[in-house]
Ligand binder design. Structure first.
Ligand code: SF4
Length: 480
């Protein structure tokens, strides 16, 4: 092994090539090229095979990163794939959209030592894309079928990971989603330039071939009551995600052409999928030729600004109340956005949307970062008299997401939620206060990363299995 690894001393970090800014601004294709086999092997060989691999420690899935890097460096790609998929249901998706600079790569020991991180995400993507090309990715094949069925509400990453793991154990997994496609945020939220839709669609086809049954356009709480869902299944998993857009209270926020981020992104993604989107076709949700201001500093804000660029916006600005160092979005995405022509207006808070009926400009105030609060983050403080205005034909609010009111939506007032509206679960069993009803993903932890949703979905599947395995015994004891 030793001669194949530890090459970081002589070999510099090299990401796969990026398409030129001019070409990528013209379309929605992914911006990174694929490694060729030689580059993938070479980059994997930079790993120093740490005794305590901080990359793995900081991966929510605890992926066996050093092991699959070594297998890649040795050219044993199929084994690398088998190892990578053993802890992650969607490695090619995580390889594309995880903010590795905040997780594995940001904690890589050789990054800390100043040599530049191992390009873990790109190698992960290369391994799994190769596996798909070679036909190594196969649907789950349960050793034995079980009669019990589980109703999963939500076809996003948590629901899908749980469905696959439950099928692996032989359960009948039924996934319900109110939308018409499988994938949740991965299909309608994340733009193609980060995650092309066929990547998600081939996963959903694979799950279907593995026996997962999808019930799309199925509105739990609407046409299908939550009580009926519980009747139908031996256990239920709530994995709806969080979709309610956070708002800001400033004058003019109700003007036309002020949109929630998800409305803007969904319209764009639906267009890309070939759907008819009247609000895009009539120009309302199309940024072409317009000045766009996006408010927010997270990954959703980055997705919005970069989508607006590709739609042909005249100018795209991102307004954020903290500075670059303190923004929650991935630094890599900020750099990509800047390359593509997005202007960042740091340390600025919206004061009012100006316009006559529809947005024409955004007035903002300069901000100073004060003392850290209880969470350790510096508190933004408005600098009086610092108002300024920027042109804005479209204003997009990308301020985060809150949970919908599930007890009301599901007509189940007994379902316990936290004061933030997320569903309360027992930390060890992941079950809600309702017997046989579990919850996972953003609806429990609040808006978070896809990789955390995958982790939560896997954990929930394990707990549902335990619950179903012990239930008959518990029922028998109670009957005695
Ligand atoms: Fe390899 Fe970096 Fe992980 Fe260490 S922390 S095992 S060098 S990838």
């Amino acid at each position: 092994m030793a001669n194949k690894m530890l090459k970081f001393v002589d070999l510099a970090r090299a990401m796969p090539d990026k398409r030129t800014v001019d070409t990528r601004r013209q379309d929605f294709g992914e911006i990174y090229e694929e490694y060729d086999p030689i580059a993938a092997k070479a980059q994997a060989s930079r790993c120093s095979q740490c005794g305590v691999p901080f990359c793995q420690v900081h991966c929510p899935l605890h992926n066996n990163i050093p092991d699959w890097l070594m297998l890649t460096a040795e050219g044993r790609l199929r084994e690398a794939y088998e190892m990578s998929q053993s802890t992650n249901n969607f490695p090619e998706i995580c390889g594309r959209i995880c903010p590795q600079d905040r997780l594995c790569e940001g904690n890589c020991v050789i990054e800390q030592a100043g040599h530049g991180t191992v390009t873990i995400g790109s190698v992960e993507k290369y391994i799994t894309d190769t596996a798909w090309e070679e036909g190594w990715v196969e649907p789950v094949k349960p050793v034995k079928e079980r009669g019990e069925s589980i109703g999963i509400v939500g076809a996003g990453p948590a629901g899908l990971a749980a469905a696959e793991e439950l099928r692996r154990k032989g359960y009948q997994a039924h996934v319900y989603d109110r939308y018409d496609r499988v994938g949740g945020l991965m299909i309608y939220g994340i733009p193609n330039f980060k995650l092309e839709k066929e990547i998600v669609q081939r996963r959903s086809d694979l799950l279907e071939r593995g026996g997962v049954q999808f019930h799309l356009n199925s509105d739990v709480g609407g046409a299908l009551s939550f009580a009926e869902l519980r009747e139908r299944h031996d256990a239920v998993l709530i994995a709806t995600g969080v979709y309610k857009a956070r708002d800001i209270k400033v004058p003019g926020i109700g003007l036309d052409n002020v949109f929630a981020a998800m409305d803007f992104l969904t319209a764009s993604n639906r267009k890309g999928l070939g759907d008819s989107v009247p609000a895009f076709d009539d120009g309302t949700l199309n940024a072409a030729g317009k000045s766009v201001v996006v408010i927010g500093g997270g990954d959703t804000a980055m997705d919005c600004v970069r989508t607006a660029v590709r739609q042909g916006a005249k100018a795209v600005r991102c307004l954020y109340r903290r500075d670059r160092k303190n923004m929650p979005g991935s630094q890599r995405e900020v750099a990509n956005a800047e390359e593509e022509g997005v202007e960042f207006v740091w340390l600025s808070a919206p004061e009012a949307v100006l316009g006559d009926g529809k947005a024409e400009a955004l007035r903002a105030q300069r901000v100073h970062l004060g003392m850290p609060d209880a969470t350790g983050r510096q508190t933004p403080q408005i600098l009086e008299g610092s108002s300024f205005s920027v042109e804005a034909d479209i204003v997009i609010k990308a301020l985060g997401f809150d949970p919908e009111d599930l007890p009301r939506l599901f007509d189940t007032p007994g379902l316990e939620v936290t004061r933030w509206g997320t569903v309360k679960t027992d930390f060890s069993t992941l079950m809600t206060n309702l017997d046989g009803v579990f919850a996972a993903g953003d609806i429990v932890r609040g808006a978070s990363l896809v990789v955390w949703a995958v982790r939560d979905g896997r954990d929930a599947a394990e707990q549902i299995h335990r619950y179903l395995q012990t239930k008959p015994a518990a029922a028998a004891v109670a009957a005695e």
